[in-house]
Ligand binder design. Structure first.
Ligand SMILES: [Mg+2]
Ligand SMILES: [Zn+2]
Length: 270
């Protein structure tokens, strides 16, 4: 079984083969992070209900096949509010959500290197409130680790309802992605837009850290000098195996301790 097949089909590898060889030295790079199950070691949209309302966690599974994902998450937050859960409870639940210390250590180590220069970009289908609450709790907003955070907009009302909206509003122009991105956002388009906004940076390498099926679209936009750090046993590894067409280097990880070593491999100097 080759590494790509094993990345999808094997049971969890307690001690996977080590794949930490240094990546080619560069002067400047962009590291793009997905949030749920990538930077964070859990999924925000599911976690809040697992912590606060088991009934809504079950409803999440029941409604997912028939509702647009962001709309469904917005609906479930309205139900959570009707159950009487407060803003404070929601924020407390988010602060309990795990980010593995090794992942934080890897990001901070890479960000502290002067060569290569590394910019970080967070690209997520979660929402602004979830991400900012969790990043703030881990000291990643001040000073900001991420140059930009692109996700779905969200804000609390006076009564403590968390109102969530699609990044691409349903009543305006829609994206034209055919790779399978959800209607609320095409992650490939968002990556290209970031690169266009920061074209003067001349990043020598783009690195994408992801796990989910919706991370496949941006990875298709990467070239042969770029790198994808793909979490094993999840949707992205499955799509790479089934659909192929990936031109960048792919390295696999399952635990954050492995991702930390891969982040260190991105910091190799000549
Ligand atoms: Mg994810
Ligand atoms: Zn797309």
């Amino acid at each position: 079984m080759d590494a790509r097949t094993r990345a999808v089909h094997s049971i969890v590898l307690e001690d996977p083969e080590l794949d930490f060889a240094p990546l080619p030295p560069v002067k400047s790079q962009l590291v793009v992070f997905d949030f749920d199950w990538s930077l964070a070691d859990q999924d925000t949209d599911r976690w809040v209900h697992e912590v606060l309302s088991p009934r809504l966690r079950i409803e999440f599974v029941e409604r997912k096949p028939t509702m647009q994902f962001t709309d469904m998450c917005a609906y479930l937050l309205e139900e959570l509010h009707k159950e009487g859960h407060t803003r404070q409870e929601l924020e407390d639940a988010l602060r309990q959500m795990p980010i593995h210390p090794a992942m934080l250590r890897g990001v901070r180590w890479l960000g502290a290197q002067s060569v290569p220069h590394t910019d970080f970009f967070l690209l997520s289908n979660s929402n602004e409130v979830y991400i900012r609450t969790i990043l703030g709790h881990h000291g990643m907003l001040d000073p900001p680790v991420f140059r930009e955070i692109v996700t779905n907009p969200a804000s609390f009302t006076e009564s403590g309802l968390l109102q969530l909206r699609r990044r691409i509003a349903p009543d305006g122009p829609q994206h034209t992605c055919t790779v399978g991105c959800s209607a609320n956002m095409c992650k490939g388009d968002e990556l290209d837009a970031f690169r266009a906004r920061h074209a003067d940076e001349h990043y020598e390498r783009i690195v994408y850290v992801g796990d989910g099926g919706n991370d496949y679209c941006p990875i298709l936009r990467l070239g042969p000098n770029d790198v994808a750090l793909v979490r094993r046993h999840r949707g992205l590894a499955q799509r790479i195996l089934n659909e192929g067409n990936v031109r960048c280097t792919v390295r696999y990880w399952s635990g954050a301790w492995e991702a930390e070593q891969l982040l260190r491999a991105l910091g190799a100097t000549a």
